[in-house]
Design a protein around this ligand. Structure first.
Ligand code: 13P
Ligand code: SF4
Length: 298
C-alpha cells in the first residue's frame, strides 16, 4: 500500500500533508506533518499540482482557499469538525448585527463561509498575536469559547465569546489533570488552548499541537502529560525517544481525525476523488481573512 501511494504521489505530482492528530501510519507516510498554521502556510508554498490533505474538511477548504489553482483532495469527505459546525454564516451574520461594529476573529476550525464573514483568522498557535494586532479594543472571537477565554486572559482586549467548543478538548476536566499529575508527579503538563480555563490554569505551558512538540524538545524535563487529542502522542514520542509522554486522558480521541486510512489515500489519488473546492464568491473574502493571519505569522 505504501509503495502504491508513493508511486501515485509521484505520478500525480502530489504532496501529502497530515495534521498532528492523524493515525500513525498516515503521519509516517506524509511529506509533512504539522499544526493548522504550519499546514496552511505549506499548502500555499508547495509547487505540487495536487494536495492530499489528511485532516478534516475545514483544513482541506483552507488549502483550497489559499491555492485555488491546485487540486485539493480530502481522502474521507466525511471527516468533519463538530466545533466548525457550531457556527454558520447565518448565525454569525445575526450575531454581528446584534453587536456594535467590531472586528471578527475566527479560528481556522470553521467553514469557508464563516471565514468569509470574518476580519481575520487565527489558529491556536497565533491567537494572542492576532488579537493584539488589531487596533480595536473590542472584538468577537468565534467559534471556540475556550480559545476566546484563553485570549481574554492573555490580553487587555474585550473579547465577545461565541459559545462553540471542541467536544474532545472540552471533555478534559481539572479532576482528570489532577489525577494524571498525581500518577506522574515528575511530569510537566502541557495543554491545548481548546481546553477549559480550569484545565489551562493547571498547565505548565499552553500550546498548539506543534508548540507542544517544540516545548517537549526544548525542555530538560523527561516526562510530560499531554493535554490534547491523543494522536499527538505518536509524533511527540517519535521526536523524543528518550522522554516519556502520558495522555492527560484516554478520552481525548477525535473520531473525525481518525477516519483516514492508507487505502483512502490510495483510492483518492487513483480516482482523483474527494476534491474540495471553495466557490470564488466565498473564497475571495475568506482568503483575505486567512492571508492577514499568515502575513502576521510568517
Ligand atoms: P492545532 O494543530 O492547530 O493546534 O489544532 C488543533 C485542532 O483541534 C485541529 O483540529
Ligand atoms: Fe474539531 Fe476538536 Fe476534532 Fe480538532 S480535535 S477536528 S477541533 S473536533
Amino acid at each position: 500500500m505504501k509503495d502504491r501511494i508513493r508511486a501515485l504521489l509521484k505520478e500525480k505530482n502530489a504532496i501529502m500533508l497530515a495534521h498532528n492528530y492523524q493515525p500513525p501510519e498516515i503521519q509516517d507516510m506524509a511529506d509533512m506533518c504539522g499544526d493548522s498554521l504550519e499546514l496552511s502556510i505549506r499548502a500555499g508554498e508547495t509547487d505540487a499540482k495536487v494536495i492530499v490533505f489528511c485532516g478534516v474538511h475545514f483544513m482541506a477548504e483552507t488549502a483550497s482557499i489559499i491555492s485555488p489553482d491546485k487540486t485539493v483532495l480530502l481522502p474521507r469527505l466525511d471527516a468533519g469538525c463538530p466545533m466548525a459546525d457550531m457556527i454558520d454564516a447565518e448565525s454569525l451574520a445575526a450575531k454581528k448585527a446584534s453587536l456594535p461594529p467590531m472586528p471578527v476573529v475566527t479560528y481556522v476550525n470553521s467553514t469557508a463561509e464563516v471565514k468569509a464573514l470574518s476580519t481575520i483568522c487565527c489558529t491556536s498557535a497565533n491567537v494572542i498575536q492576532v488579537v493584539n494586532s488589531l487596533p480595536e479594543k473590542e472584538m468577537l472571537l468565534t467559534p471556540d469559547r475556550n480559545l476566546a477565554m484563553y485570549a481574554t486572559s492573555k490580553t487587555d482586549k474585550k473579547i465577545h465569546v461565541w459559545d462553540g467548543y471542541c467536544p474532545i478538548h472540552d471533555l478534559l476536566t481539572a479532576i482528570d489533570v489532577e489525577k494524571a499529575k498525581a500518577d506522574h508527579p515528575n511530569a510537566l503538563f502541557t495543554a491545548h488552548p481548546e481546553c477549559r480555563p480550569e484545565v489551562l490554569a493547571l498547565a505548565d505551558s499552553v500550546e498548539s499541537t506543534s508548540g507542544m512538540l517544540r516545548f517537549a524538545k526544548a525542555s530538560e524535563h523527561k516526562e510530560f502529560i499531554i493535554g490534547t487529542e491523543i494522536g499527538l502522542l505518536h509524533a511527540i514520542q517519535k521526536q523524543n525517544p528518550d522522554k516519556i509522554f502520558y495522555a492527560a486522558s484516554q478520552k481525548m480521541v477525535c473520531l473525525d481525525m481518525k477516519r483516514i486510512g492508507l487505502s483512502d489515500v490510495a483510492r483518492c489519488l487513483e480516482n482523483m476523488s474527494g476534491q474540495v473546492k471553495v466557490p470564488e464568491k466565498i473564497r475571495i473574502p475568506a482568503l483575505a481573512a486567512v492571508e492577514k493571519m499568515i502575513e502576521l505569522s510568517k
